[in-house]
Design a protein around this ligand. Structure first.
Ligand SMILES: Cc1cc2nc3c(=O)[nH]c(=O)nc-3n(C[C@H](O)[C@H](O)[C@H](O)COP(=O)(O)OP(=O)(O)OC[C@H]3O[C@@H](n4cnc5c(N)ncnc54)[C@H](O)[C@@H]3O)c2cc1C
Length: 200
């Protein structure tokens, strides 16, 4: 049973996963939490170069950026990443069963970060609507209230209707992670590392 399962490994999925995993050794409430990211490797990042994204190499190619994020996430033992396609999300009393093309997983909380191109995951609680804040037609997002779809089911990034900028999608992933921290702690919580923690 995973504590949080993230569907999608793009800007939003990594924002969420890295924020969740980065406190794994910091707080008692974060210890022994387990996260899983499932991604079928079709992020918009792979089609882009980035000249306007703060803090990365000027003009970095999307493939390199994805590899960097993947490497970063691999440093945290609490979060695994697998390549697969999610096909179904089913809610039981207090957990979700997530089916993929290959197997099933269970998780207490699910974050959908599947981008804006389509949403064909079978899921009772989800209403697919048109993404209207985008320059191209026929894009979709999921009805939500401040990233929450229903209890313990979140959406982040373009799938939530966010503007198509990396930083905005990535920030929404981080925001949802902090919303989840708040469920666990009962009060506002963020993931901060201090200067004394620096490695380079
Ligand atoms: C050509 C191009 C150029 C761009 N240039 C810039 C730029 O210069 N600056 C900038 O800030 N932004 C730029 N962007 C936008 C930026 O890439 C997106 O805003 C960002 O990637 C959106 O993040 P996301 O996580 O919401 O979606 P994505 O990054 O698209 O990630 C969604 C992920 O979910 C996965 N997924 C979907 N369905 C499933 C499923 N059922 N099971 C498993 N996985 C699934 C997909 O494979 C994908 O990896 C550009 C985009 C494009 C297309």
């Amino acid at each position: 049973m995973y504590d949080v399962l993230i569907i999608g490994g793009g800007a939003a999925g990594y924002g969420c996963a890295l924020t969740l995993a980065s406190v794994e050794n910091k707080f008692e409430w974060a210890k022994n939490k387990k996260y899983l990211m499932i991604d079928n490797q079709d992020s918009d990042i792979t089609k882009a170069s980035f000249f306007n994204l703060a803090g990365v190499d000027f003009g970095i190619g999307g493939d390199s950026l994805i590899k960097k994020m993947e490497m970063q996430l691999s440093k945290f033992k609490s979060c695994s990443k697998i390549c697969d396609t999610v096909t179904k999300i089913e809610k039981s009393d207090d957990y979700f069963t997530i089916s993929t093309q290959n197997t099933t997983y269970e998780a207490k909380i699910v974050v959908i970060a599947t981008g804006m191109h389509k949403f064909d995951i079978v899921c009772d609680n989800v209403k697919v609507i048109e993404h209207t804040d985008v320059m191209k037609p026929n894009k979709v997002c999921l009805e939500n209230n401040n990233n929450l779809i229903s209890e313990n089911l979140y959406v982040a990034g373009l799938a939530s209707g966010a503007k198509t900028m990396f930083a905005i999608a990535n920030g929404e992933g981080a925001k949802v992670a902090c919303d989840i921290f708040k469920i666990w702690t009962g009060k506002p919580a963020v993931a901060h590392d201090n200067l004394k923690d620096k490695l380079i």
